[in-house]
Structure formats: structure tokens, C-alpha cells
Design a protein around this ligand. Structure first.
Ligand code: BDR
Ligand code: CA
Length: 313
């Protein structure tokens, strides 16, 4: 079955891989649009990166929009220390020829949901949840029209990566994450608990490089760049690969295991700001709002990734 999706993203090398995986899978996805959000780097840079990735995929008919420039209530925190000054360091991708659509990304999300049958569009979120929360604030009636949100964000057993308590996407805009968590929309969360099992080992990057096409070379270079920070930080033989888990879950949910639980976002304490408090053991009786993916299977994931990337230019 082909799913209609909107990808909301802050590319980011791992976002780029997720976008390529989706655009290489037309039997699984009808990608209605890609919306950039401020996150890993500034909005204009993230939007430019999204255009570059779409061009790399050869799917230049897919429209790209720019959304919000900063989180709902906070100054933007960025992650150049991981992704490099451009957000997409590694391959020397050419300046994009395609242009951003003029419409604001939040309006695109609202209008697209209103124009399609209710329950037919899945939102795939790979960055802070600012655009989605703003769309819900602007037009609350879209909530019941969203089929589901599949997001990369949060952590529980793996706790934090940007602070000891919080994962980056949620930490950057905790108020937006809170709006989304309380929206009643079905949510699947790919947290660090799952993404830290999908390691970019040397062998796996070699296989991607050995595909021999432009996309495979670029992905190998991107991940070689972005993994250097995590290899040092975690001392593991490979780095976590986060955002593509969202797309892989939609193609092959059997690659992941999860549990339907309550997740509530910390928005008050500076010490634990953005923590995803996951009631994994069901001790609170709070309403279950999230399917929380606790684990993932790396071998199957990389097999899928290589097979799909091989289809691209
Ligand atoms: C998330 O933060 C970003 O830096 C990555 O692109 C991913 O979406 C991981 O915490
Ligand atoms: Ca991201």
C-alpha cells in the first residue's frame, strides 16, 4: 500500500538518509512534500540542504517548503558540533537548482491535510516539532485528519544526547513536543533506545559506498562525517543512525519492537527540560498516547537501506 506522507525535517546527515530512503521507495510512499524546520542548523540552511537532497535523489518534482525559524518559546539550540557548519558536511553536494515553494511550510501542512480525505496522511517528523505544533495551533481541526505521526525523538532507557536527560529534537522545542503529545493523534516514537541499535559500522558504510551510485557515495561520506562525534562520545564501533528509522518503520515495522504507553514531556524543570517521561511499566494510569519503539534490528535495516539506495542515481 502506498502511503501519503509529509516529511518535516532539519537536514542533517541522518535526515538526508531518511529523505533518500523515502524518495527511493515509490511503492511505499507518495511524498506530498518536504518541510524544513529550524533545528540542526538555521532554517535557511536546513531548507537549502533539503533542496540538495531532493536533487541528489533525482525526484525534483517533490516540493520543498520552509517552516518555522525558531522554537515556539525558546531560542534555537543547534547541533553544528555533530553535523558540521552546513548541517550536511561530508559530501560536496552542488548548490541546488530547484527552489523552495513560496507557501509557508505550516500553511502547506494545514492546507494539504484539509484537502485530502481524513485519515490518509502520515506525518514523518525528523526534527523539532515546531511546525507540527504550530499547524495544530493554527488549525486544531487538522488533528483528527492526521492518520498518524511517526517521529524520531525522545529517549527513555538511553536518556539524553544533548543533555543528560533529553534527546535533541524534543529538547530544542519541548513546548511543541508537549502540544503534539497531548493532541490525541496516534503517535509512533523512534527514540534513542531504538536508534542506538542501528549502528553505522565500517562494514555497513563500505556496503553503502560500494553501491557505486551518486547517492550511495554521498550517504557514505555523510555518515562518515557525522559518526565521528558519536564514535568518540560513546566509544562504540559505529554511531547511531536516527532519522531513517522513521521511514524504515513505515516500510517494515517488523524491524522494530515497541509498546503502547504514555509519554509526557518535561517543560518546567531546567535540569530535565525536554525529557520524555515514558511510563514504560504502566505505573501511572496516564492515557496511552505513544507507541514507543524500544529496539530495532540493524542487519535488516541496513539490508533495506542498501537495496533502496541502489535504485537512486
Ligand atoms: C536527532 O537530532 C538530530 O541532530 C538528528 O538529525 C536526529 O533527528 C537525534 O537526537
Ligand atoms: Ca533530524
Amino acid at each position: 500500500m502506498t502511503r501519503k506522507i509529509i516529511i518535516d525535517t532539519d537536514p542533517g546527515q541522518d535526515d538526508a538518509v531518511a529523505i533518500l530512503l523515502a524518495l527511493a521507495s515509490p511503492e511505499d510512499f507518495d511524498v506530498l512534500g518536504i518541510v524544513a524546520v529550524a533545528g540542526n542548523v538555521s532554517l535557511p540552511q536546513n531548507a537549502r540542504n533539503a533542496l540538495k537532497v531532493v536533487e541528489l535523489s533525482g525526484r525534483t518534482e517533490v516540493p520543498v517548503y520552509a517552516g518555522c525559524e525558531r522554537p515556539m518559546r525558546r531560542h534555537l539550540v543547534t547541533a553544528e558540533h555533530v553535523h558540521g557548519d552546513t548541517g550536511l558536511n561530508g559530501p560536496g553536494l552542488p548548490e541546488p537548482k530547484i527552489r523552495l515553494k513560496k507557501q509557508h511550510g505550516v500553511d502547506f501542512i494545514v492546507d494539504t491535510l484539509l484537502a485530502h480525505e481524513p485519515g490518509t496522511i502520515t506525518l514523518c517528523t525528523l526534527g523539532p516539532l515546531t511546525n507540527i505544533a504550530m499547524a495544530l495551533v493554527k488549525a486544531p481541526r487538522i488533528a483528527s485528519r492526521i492518520k498518524e505521526i511517526v517521529m524520531m525523538g525522545g529517549a527513555y532507557f538511553e536518556v539524553g544526547n544533548i543533555t543528560p536527560a533529553a534527546e535533541f529534537n524534543i529538547y530544542v522545542d519541548p513546548e511543541a513536543a508537549d502540544v503534539v503529545m497531548r493532541s490525541g493523534i496516534p503517535i509512533v516514537m523512534a527514540p534513542l533506545d531504538a536508534t542506538h541499535m542501528i549502528l553505522t559500522t565500517h562494514d555497513r558504510l563500505e556496503k553503502i559506498d560500494a553501491i557505486g551510485n551518486k547517492a550511495g557515495k554521498a550517504v557514505a561520506q555523510m555518515l562518515a562525517f557525522s559518526e565521528r562525534f558519536d564514535l568518540q562520545k560513546y566509544g562504540t564501533k559505529g554511531a547511531p543512525l536516527h532519522d531513517p528509522c522513521v521511514i524504515a518503520y513505515l516500510i517494515k515495522p517488523e524491524l522494530f519492537e515497541g509498546r503502547h504507553i504514555n509519554v509526557t514531556i518535561e517543560t518546567a524543570s531546567e535540569l530535565t527540560m525536554g525529557m520524555t517521561v515514558a511510563d514504560y511499566w504502566g505505573v501511572t494510569g496516564r492515557v496511552k498516547n505513544v507507541t514507543f519503539l524500544r529496539s530495532g534490528h540493524a542487519e535488516g535495516f541496513y539490508q533495506l537501506l542498501v537495496e533502496r539506495l541502489a535504485r537512486l542515481p
